[in-house]
Design a protein around this ligand. Sequence first.
Ligand SMILES: CC(C)(COP(=O)(O)OP(=O)(O)OC[C@H]1O[C@@H](n2cnc3c(N)ncnc32)[C@H](O)[C@@H]1OP(=O)(O)O)[C@@H](O)C(=O)NCCC(=O)NCCS
Length: 189
Amino acid sequence: MADTSCAFYHETERLILRDWREEDWAPFWEGTNTPAVTEWIGGVADEETKTRAQDRLVRFARDWGHTFWCVERRSDGAVLGFCGLKRCTDENGPFGMMEAGWRLREDAWGKGYAKEGAIAALDLSFDRFGADETIAMTFQGNTASWGLMRRLGMERRPELDFKDEVWPQYNEPVIVYAIGREKWKETRP
Ligand SMILES: CC(C)(COP(=O)(O)OP(=O)(O)OC[C@H]1O[C@@H](n2cnc3c(N)ncnc32)[C@H](O)[C@@H]1OP(=O)(O)O)[C@@H](O)C(=O)NCCC(=O)NCCS
C-alpha cells in the first residue's frame, strides 16, 4: 500500500514524486553523490554541502509547497534521485521564476525516468502552482540535461543566461531554457 501521508505526493506511470522523508537522504546521497552524477553540479559533495542542500530542499517545500521532490520508483520503492520545481534562487539570474530540475542516480539514466518526472513537473508547474512560464538551467557541457530540456519542447532563452556565482569553476555561463503554458499545452510530449 503506497504511503501517501506526506503533504506532496504525485504518481506517474513508473514514479512517485513526493516530499522528502528523513530516511530518503542516505539512499539519495549514496546514489547521486558520484563523480558522474555531480560532474556538472559542483562535484562530489562533502557532509556540510549535503546538509545545506537537504535544508534547502526541505525549506523550498515548506515555503512554496514545491521543491525538487524525492523520486521514488513505484515498482520497488527505490530512491532514484530528485525531480521537481523550485523558484530560481540566483540573484543575478531569472530570480523567482518557476524552475524545473532533475538529478538521478546513474543506473536510472537512459530509461526515460527523468523525462517522465519532468513532464509531471511541468504539468504541475502550470496546473497546480500557477506558473505562466517555467525555466530550466544548466551548463553547455551538460548535454544530458539540455537534451532533456529540448525533448520536453523547451526553448533556449539566451537573454536569461547569467554568470554563475555558485560554481564558478565551470567558467561558463548558466544557459536557460523555458516553455510557456500555451506552448506546453500544444506540444507536451
Ligand atoms: C540529466 C539527467 C537527469 C537526464 O537523465 P536521462 O536518463 O538521460 O534522461 P531521460 O529520462 O530523458 O532518458 C533519455 C534516454 O532514455 C531512453 N529511454 C529508454 N526508455 C525510455 C522510455 N520509456 N521513455 C523515454 N525514454 C526512454 C531514451 O531513448 C534516451 O536515451 P538516449 O539518451 O540514449 O537517447 C541525468 O543525466 C542526470 O541525472 N545527470 C546528473 C545530474 C544533472 O546534471 N542534473 C541536471 C543539472 S542541470
